[in-house]
Design a protein around this ligand. Structure first.
Ligand code: ADP
Length: 457
């Protein structure tokens, strides 16, 4: 995929999820890196509305200004960071660029040197030459070459565990496959590829196979990927470590690789466990779409998946989910990494009835006509059905408060809510998928998806 089509896809993704801050931020970073400063500025401004005062976004805005030749505007944008107790060091680099644009070389050199002494990885030989500063700080701590990241993970004595505080929670999963309605084929695949190698290691060992490794779940948003991953942990009686995109992107600048390492270290201490990465496409995107820091993350992620040795990740199931599998770098799809891709389809009529049944379990209801409800919810995914139920419960609660006792939910209550909802996510997803998949299925990776794409319009 070329750079411009990757950008188009990110623009489209941001348009579809206007409230997703990490996505907006990624889009803005990518636009800036690809040389579209005006559009990047707009994208950062949109991100700032979602996270007012976010220093990294403000720096992004300032850099977009610099790239448009608006040095004064950049300096004004950066001023809002002056009140921060510890503004990110990159602010100094962008300030240096802006000051240089303004012709204030001495001040630019000052800012540059200060920033690089705080964070040596920010050294920029080009900028250093322009401001007349040595490109590495005189008091340099130690500048890490790009590949040093891998050495730190893989080398002897690499067991530094990052920050003492855990970044993500590990929880005992309270759901199992019994709580996952429908999806029989998907569950069978997971049983064979993940659960059995864990439960019967001797048998698999006889064929030279071992437990562990990873698998990529993909499908439309809300189709139950996270739910399945959690249930997989439940089936194993293993801890579930849920790593969201925001957990990583929050740490994007600076110590993100180290934090990714400490997440894996935490998993290694908690085996057996399921380590789950949601929205993994943003972390594992094709290299050509990525610049700077993100490439470090990709390298780190690959190094962690490979582990120091064969046994490093023993007992860890690494699962990942994505709505955009076509962005995932093929390097991640090798055996031992996310070697298998499993399509989590939108639920068919029977599966919708089963999902509704599970969702209504333990709630006060009359005898529900699940077939009618399932027929009325074509195109709904699990998340939509859950939304319907939540809404119906809310209005039932209001009625119950008036009545003074809990009134049971009826089929009509649910149908009333269903009539007000038009789910569009699945159709839009299938249309997007068709664009990517039909033209790039040489090796048959998308075969599983093809039957779903034929009739969508
Ligand atoms: P995704 O990760 O694919 O975006 P989720 O796993 O977050 O979707 O699904 C959203 C919610 O929908 C889940 O929390 C769960 O309550 C419900 N759900 C989805 N699929 C199923 C299913 N097959 N059985 C029961 N509940 C489901």
């Amino acid at each position: 995929m070329g750079e411009s089509s990757a950008l188009d896809a990110m623009r489209e993704a941001a348009r579809l999820s206007p409230g997703n801050f990490p996505l907006r931020r990624l889009l803005a970073d990518a636009l800036l890196a690809a040389g579209h400063p005006t559009e990047a500025e707009a994208a950062y401004q949109a991100a700032l509305l979602l996270a007012p005062g976010n220093p990294d976004v403000i720096i992004g805005i300032a850099e977009s200004f610099v790239r448009q030749g608006k040095s004064g505007a950049a300096l004004i944008a950066l001023e809002s960071l002056a009140a921060e107790p510890r503004p990110p060091a990159r602010a100094g680099i962008v300030a240096a660029m802006a000051l240089l644009g303004d012709g204030d070389i001495a001040a630019a050199a000052d800012h540059y040197q200060h920033a690089v002494s705080e964070d040596p990885t920010l050294a920029d030989p080009d900028l250093a030459a322009h401001v007349g500063a040595p490109d590495t700080p005189q008091t340099a701590v130690h500048t890490q070459p790009e590949d040093a990241q891998r050495v730190r993970v893989g080398g002897a004595g690499a067991q530094d565990d990052g920050p003492a505080e855990p970044i993500v929670d590990a929880q005992r999963s309270d759901v199992t496959f019994v709580d996952v309605a429908g999806m029989e084929e998907v569950k069978d695949t997971l049983r064979m590829k993940l659960l059995l190698p864990f439960q019967k290691p001797e048998l698999f060992a006889a064929y030279g196979k071992k437990a562990g490794g990873g698998l990529l779940l993909y499908g439309p948003p809300g189709s139950g990927k996270t739910h399945l991953a959690r249930a997989t942990a439940g089936e194993l009686g293993a801890d579930f470590i849920d790593v969201g995109l925001a957990d990583i992107l929050d740490m994007w600048v600076g110590s993100s690789e180290r934090n990714l390492h400490s997440i894996f270290q935490m998993a290694r201490r908690r085996t057996p466990c399921v380590l789950f990465f949601d929205e993994v496409d943003a972390l594992a995107s094709r290299r050509s779409d990525m610049r700077g820091h993100s490439r470090h993350i990709i390298n780190q992620f690959l190094a962690e998946l490979d582990g120091v040795d064969d046994r490093a990740n023993e007992g860890i199931l690494v699962l990942a989910a994505t709505n955009a599998p076509w962005y995932v770098d093929t390097a991640f799809r090798r055996p031992g990494r996310f070697g298998e891709m499993v399509f989590v389809p939108p639920p068919d009529t029977r599966a919708r009835a089963a999902i509704l049944e599970i969702l209504c379990r333990g709630k006060p209801t009359t005898r529900l006509d699940l077939d009618t409800l399932a027929a009325a919810t074509a195109g709904f995914v699990g998340a939509d059905l859950r939304g319907v139920l939540d809404q119906a419960i809310e209005s039932k609660l209001v009625d119950s408060i008036h009545a003074g006792y809990p009134l049971p939910l009826t089929t009509e209550d649910l149908l009333r809510v269903i009539r007000t909802v038009t789910p569009t996510a699945v159709r839009e997803w299938l249309l997007t998928a068709r664009n990517y998949v039909l033209h790039a299925n040489e090796s048959g990776v998308w075969d599983e998806l093809l039957p779903w794409l034929r009739d969508v319009r």
